[in-house]
Design a protein around this ligand. Sequence first.
Ligand code: ADP
Length: 574
Amino acid sequence: MENIEKSKLKALSDIASIDISLEFNDVLQSILKITCKATDAQCGTIMLVDELDNIIRMVASYGLPQDYIERVYDAAKKAGVPLASSPSGTVLETGKYYPVPNVFEEPKDKPWHDLSKELGFSSQIFTPMKKGLKVIGLLNIYWAEPRRFTDEEINFVTIVASQASSVVQNARLCGSLENNVLELKQYKENLEEKIKEAHKKLYDSERYLRTIIESSMDGIFVVDEKGRFEFGNDSAFNILGWPGQELIGQFFMKVISGDMEDFMLDRWHEVQNGIELPYETKIITKNGEVRYLYVSHAHTEIKGNRKYVVVIKDITEKLRLEQELKESYAELKESDRIKTEFISNISHELLTPLTSIKGFVELLNDGAIGTINEEQKRSLGIIHRNSERLIHLIKELLDISHLEKNKLGLQFGLVSINDMLSKCILDMQPLAKENQISLFQDARPLPRIWGDEERLTQVIINLLANAIKFTPQHGKVTVISQDFTEQVKISIKDTGIGIPPDHLSRIFERFYQVDGSTKRKYGGTGIGLSICKNIIEKHYGSIWAESDGNGSTFHILLPKLKSKDGVADAKPKS
Ligand code: ADP
């Protein structure tokens, strides 16, 4: 420092006392200004190498126009030389200062002679600004006249360049620190936002769960590992019949009915051993009311402590209704049995005198007891028909009571379907004629089947009677029989009033009639088809009805005997 003159020492001290809290460019501007003044220079620049694109940018200038650096680049471009060939380029490459005593004699400066002339400088010194060994920028000072540079001047600009370099490095450090601080701040803000969101989610889900628990009709409560009430929703305390504050902290056995204590202690031990099966129990409310509960539970661990979540349903009313239902079912069953018994007895009581009335009417009608005139004959005919109707009705009632007692005994044997159908048609022909209905048989030869001929006849007669009853005058009833591989099929088709589709399956129910009103046109009891269905099913067959607007058809399928010639071993079980 001894060989630096006082004015320059003053300049260095001025540079050292620049307020570095000022804008970074302003600090460099001040350094440049002080340096130019201390060296009687006309102008100067501080340039920095941009770390990103490696281009030199002017960050401060003194005595030069703002567009100076652009013009430097333009001149180089115009001359077709790279900037690296200039004195600044040389300094960047070598890291050593580069004095130019006379710009116009310096070959490296040739592309910029015009610019130097215009801006009025003739000598220059380019000094590297370094960070360690790396050149991060240049401090360039220009004088108006050509000149030689003393060591003292070179020392001075070198020191200034290193001070400018420190300013740049500090500023960059500050910048990156500021960036770090900014990033940290942002990170903190993000973190706070996330924590807030997580808190909100937690709060929402807690509120959601609480709403579910509070609005549950089931009682939900928690007991600790010692079985003491810890928490309960309103429903829980309502079901238990105790105010919450009187139960919290108490052992759960407080609410259990005395006779259930052993049972509940067993359950408690099971629950503690991880057996979580639901059960029913009995409790006593605070005012002594007995209630029945359905209890289910699950265990959980909170902060290392075992808790039991218990869900209770009050089933007192349900059990009471079930009991009532059981009792009324038993009563119903008993009264049904009495009714069946009564029907059975009364039917027998009616059948005997009616059969004898019918017999005597027949004797009278035949003239076996005495001569009768035509008028008397007609009256006896009416009595005879009505007693037959009554006998038929009573027989149906008897069948029903036998069916209910499952005592409709069947007498199985070989049955010729064709013969049976012919007989039925023959029997029903008078009734059909009376109603002006044509009754046909469309028969194929059929094999014999295994069945109860009397009962099967009853079914066919019933179906024919219905077909005639529900078919208007001049209608037609046809009996069709068909032979299938494993079954025979009998169909009774009429051209009558038909059956609405939604009634088709119900007509086989007992007492069911399509028109069940008291003002109905057709008589009957609604019993016949249910008996038919029962008889056919006892033959392992099936019966159903179809109706298409042109009347109804009742179909019966009956299984055929299986062996070719054998009979007894192939018959269906009766
Ligand atoms: P009932 O004839 O004594 O009323 P059924 O059990 O024999 O009792 O028949 C039940 C009901 O089925 C009848 O009331 C009638 O509504 C309907 N039904 C039976 N057969 C026919 C048919 N061929 N055509 C139209 N409706 C019928």
